[in-house]
Ligand binder design. Structure first.
Ligand code: PSU
Ligand code: MN
Length: 300
């Protein structure tokens, strides 16, 4: 099915959207080797999609395939080996140049989901304000897109190698409502503790569904739900890995869209793969929570 902006839905997603059945959109960068090493990426993608199906919703993996923005892929294989990262600002270029495979970031995926009427989305961690951003200016394009569209994004907070206090401040500026799911503290992706309080806590998916309905009625944008990772890393081990990974990235002059994949890879090496296991568990957990919210939204 083609929408006016030529976004293509898979038959399963198109049927679910038309029937007002619950759908959970997924980004694809995290499932490419830019996000997780093989074979973990394939296993996590399958586990996430299974969690959504088991919970009674339809998974909608987003990507650009042969220049076509897709919401729902019948064959997700191309995503696993893709190396072209498509942020929201790159979507139109990937379409115009007919990129064979582009994996979409949180911001790009939210843009596609919104345009086909999907309002719940799951990821691992969102992009944020990078450390030293006052010098480099590196602030993820995910943030303004989260603020713009009325979609529930379920994540485990933002990665601990970012500047989390400034990330929360930027979310406030952008008008994003930040909710801790079963927690009063912002999780820091692979650890449960950031030391930063979240503005609101909710434990009931139906209450989060109600928040989204009210946001829409008010003409407001995104809802960010932050869930603690179920298999967290030791905070001190992670902090040491973060420091080293950031220093390595600086020494190698890695900037722009390559910075996040580089740092994620360095942390995986420095923690002997422990960060990958924690990442796997939290991505699947977020998909499960997003499904419960999507089911509550469809019921209400
Ligand atoms: N967090 C992860 N793995 C990832 C990403 C985040 O654990 O692969 C990806 C997401 O797709 C997110 C993107 O949208 O990184 C943000 O990139 P940047 O910092 O360049 O905006
Ligand atoms: Mn950046």
């Amino acid at each position: 099915m083609n929408s006016p902006s030529s976004i293509t839905m898979s038959p399963a997603v198109a049927a679910a959207v038309a029937g007002r059945q619950p759908v959970v959109a997924l980004e694809s960068t995290v499932y490419s080797t830019l996000g997780l090493p093989a074979p973990h990426n394939k296993q996590v993608l399958e586990a996430s999609q299974q969690a959504i199906t088991d919970g009674g919703a339809t998974p909608a993996l987003t990507a650009v395939i042969n220049g076509r923005p897709m919401v729902g892929l019948d064959d997700p294989t191309p995503v696993l080996t893709a190396t072209a990262k498509v942020a929201a600002r790159d979507l139109a270029v990937a379409m115009a140049k007919r990129w064979s495979v582009g994996v979409t970031t949180v911001g790009a995926s939210l843009t596609l989901a919104h345009h086909v009427g999907v309002n719940v989305f799951a990821t691992g961690g969102i992009g944020g304000v990078h450390r030293n951003a006052s010098v480099t200016g590196d602030i993820s394009g995910d943030l303004p897109v989260i603020g713009r569209f009325p979609i529930v994004t379920v994540c485990a907070g933002a990665k601990a190698f970012l500047d989390l206090p400034r990330t929360l401040e930027m979310l406030e500026t952008l008008g994003v409502v930040v909710i801790g799911f079963g927690t009063d503290e912002l999780p820091a992706f692979t650890t449960t503790t950031s030391g930063l309080p979240v503005p609101h806590r909710m434990d009931d998916p139906a209450e989060i569904a109600a928040v989204l309905r009210h946001r829409k009625a008010l003409g407001q944008g995104g809802v960010l739900v932050c869930a603690p990772p179920p298999e967290p890393l030791d905070a001190d081990v992670l902090a040491a890995a973060n420091e080293q990974a950031e220093a390595d990235a600086d020494a190698a002059s890695i900037a722009g869209s390559a910075r996040t994949p580089y740092v994620l890879g360095a942390i995986a090496r420095l923690t002997n793969g422990a960060s990958v296991s924690a990442n796997t568990a939290l991505v699947t957990n977020n998909a499960t929570i997003a499904t419960a919210i999507a089911v509550a939204l469809a019921a209400g």
